[in-house]
Design a protein around this ligand. Structure first.
Ligand code: OAD
Length: 250
């Protein structure tokens, strides 16, 4: 049964012109980064991540929000790409050689796809290693920590606004150009792989459905069912690394 599904997935990937891949926190779980909804431990257990990741929380308690991101960045600093990230990077290299194209769209902010070698990558929800001004939105280059134990909150050299991580918070819009590119590629994709996402947060969660509506083979890899499972042509209730290393071996 599973072998037949793997065979079908391999065939779909080999014959596709365009392959879109959407990843979520589940793909980094095997690198030791807790998923977004499982993330809260220790002193952060009493906070709701959805509350903290918001402009309102930052306005009301910037120090708490920034310390939470420092905590998350420390977890991410210790993580390495796992076999699932590496397999997707291999798939991209293989498609390039065969004149196919692959776009990897991630909701993750942890930089692990890039570290694994993926290049055609859209980070829909930003990147925890980048920073920008909360007030004027200007990016702030270089490695900085927006909250410094000695000098306190860091400010924008241009407008004196507070610096924040360049990630998308609840209630904020996604980066326009990246979002358009993701939608346009998805509409024309022949295969759409949804890997390790709960498919609950829109607009990212609309992408697999859009692909299916436009005739793509929709594939889901997730140990749990999600709102898109019923629409998927192939469903693998397994960890991402298991399936991805099976179809794209080293
Ligand atoms: P979630 O934490 O909502 O979901 C993670 C998914 O990964 C779940 O469906 C798990 O079943 C699945 N999973 C766990 N381990 C896995 C494994 N080894 N292999 C494959 N799947 C596994 O994370 P996201 O779907 O990424 O946005 O959440 C989407 C967005 O919600 C996040 O980017 C974040 C949050 O709100 C913002 O912060 C804007």
């Amino acid at each position: 049964m599973s072998e037949a599904k793997i065979h079908n997935l391999n065939k779909a990937l080999r014959t596709a012109s365009r392959i879109a891949v959407l990843t979520g926190a589940g793909i980094s779980a095997e690198s030791g980064i807790p998923t977004f909804r499982d993330a809260q431990t220790g002193i952060w257990a009493k906070y709701d991540p959805q509350e903290l990741a918001s402009p309102r929380a930052f306005r009301e308690q910037p120090r708490t929000v920034l310390r939470w991101y420092e905590w998350r960045r420390n977890l991410i600093d210790q993580a390495q790409p796992n076999p699932a990230h590496k397999a997707l990077a291999r798939l991209e290299r293989r498609t390039r050689k065969q004149n196919q194209s692959l776009l990897l769209i991630t909701q993750n902010i942890d930089d692990l796809h890039r570290k694994a070698g993926s290049e055609n990558l859209i980070e829909l929800h930003g990147n925890i290693y980048r920073h920008k001004c909360f007030q004027c939105d200007r990016p702030r280059e270089g490695t900085i920590s927006p909250i410094d134990e000695d000098s306190g909150l860091q400010r924008c050299p241009a407008c004196n606004g507070l610096l924040r991580p360049d990630v998308v918070w609840f209630g904020e819009s996604l980066p326009e150009k990246e979002l358009q590119r993701a939608f346009s590629f998805t509409t024309r994709s022949d295969v759409f792989l949804s890997v390790g996402t709960s498919a609950l947060v829109h607009p990212a969660a609309s992408l697999p459905l859009l692909a299916a509506d436009n005739g793509a083979t929709l594939v889901e890899i997730n140990p749990e069912s999600t709102p898109i499972t019923e629409r998927a042509d192939l469903v693998f209730h397994s960890p991402a690394s298991q399936i991805l290393t099976d179809i794209i071996p080293e």
